[in-house]
Design a protein around this ligand. Structure first.
Ligand SMILES: CCCCCCCCCC(=O)SCCNC(=O)CCNC(=O)[C@H](O)C(C)(C)COP(=O)(O)OP(=O)(O)OC[C@H]1O[C@@H](n2cnc3c(N)ncnc32)[C@H](O)[C@@H]1OP(=O)(O)O
Length: 243
């Protein structure tokens, strides 16, 4: 199922088009950096390395930060990084904080579109949270579970054809969600009433339901998104938001 075809707004199309023009080698290098930085984050959290080694590693990381910091920083793909905005265009999501391979803070959640046994479209997110995401001992922090739900539900609601923003997200944590184990998130649209898109999702470890969520999305006028993008540019320039 190609949901991108349902997202026909020209502002969004221009963003997706801008991704399509992105040099693939550049994208590959960004993804390499994201993957390596994510590995560093995973290893430095509670590392058992000797203190002397930690000092050398800190020196090396400070050098990397200095090297990359010499270049101006902005956004490679202008626009939002959330799944709901992408129409399923994988590349545009490279910098999503949840599913973006090139964003080191993303676990990342790997998203795909599927259908349930009755043929209804669903979004599936597969992820293994590493040590950096620990909340209760051996378990994923609840905030990161909520963020993963926001991402998969956000993509699901875009299948309504009139995507919007999360207005409300409610998570019910049924059992501790294990770290370091593959988890499967499943999300779907429940109903649509005017601008309101109601969604629900579940998180499984194997057959075990560890958390479930429901969320309300409100379809937004793309001029609002353009306004938010403009505000982001202003705040990037050091000015205060004016929303
Ligand atoms: C292509 C779009 C992709 C967008 C990005 C992808 C999102 C990915 C997931 C996210 O992380 S989004 C980030 C977190 N969410 C936000 O920052 C949203 C902040 N809130 C807003 O910007 C506005 O409140 C919002 C756009 C959600 C709604 O504003 P509107 O001016 O469009 O709503 P409006 O006042 O027209 O209300 C429409 C209906 O929705 C209801 N409603 C609005 N906000 C609500 C809310 N927060 N909770 C419950 N109901 C809400 C409202 O009562 C009303 O119901 P009725 O028609 O029955 O009267």
């Amino acid at each position: 199922m190609e949901i991108g075809s349902k997202l026909t707004n020209s502002w969004l199309d221009s963003i997706v088009d801008s991704f399509n023009g992105v040099d693939s080698d550049r994208r590959r290098q960004f993804n390499r950096i994201g993957t390596a930085t994510r590995a560093v984050i995973e290893s430095v959290v509670a590392s058992k390395a000797p203190t002397e080694q930690l000092g050398l590693i800190a020196d090396a990381i400070e050098k990397v930060a200095e090297d990359i910091g010499r270049f101006p920083s902005g956004r490679v793909y202008e626009g939002f990084a959330e799944a709901a905005n992408t129409g399923g265009n994988g590349g545009f999501m490279d910098f999503s904080p949840i599913s973006g391979a090139a964003n080191p803070i993303a676990p990342p959640v790997e998203l795909s579109l599927s259908s349930d046994p009755d043929g209804s479209p669903i979004v599936v997110g597969v992820v293994t949270f590493g040590s950096a995401y620990e909340g209760p001992p051996g378990s994923v922090h609840g905030g990161h579970i909520a963020a993963a739900f926001d991402e998969v539900l956000g993509l699901a609601q875009s299948m309504s054809g009139s995507p919007g923003m999360t207005a409300r997200l409610s998570v019910n944590y049924r059992k501790p969600t294990p770290l370091g184990e593959p988890l499967t998130f499943v999300a779907r649209i429940v109903k649509k009433e005017g601008k309101k898109v109601f969604t629900e999702g579940k998180c499984y470890f194997g057959d075990i339901l560890t958390a479930e969520a429901d969320a309300l999305f409100i379809s937004v006028d793309f001029s609002k998104l353009a306004q938010l993008a403009g505000e982001r540019e202003r705040t990037n320039d050091g000015q205060k938001p004016q929303l």
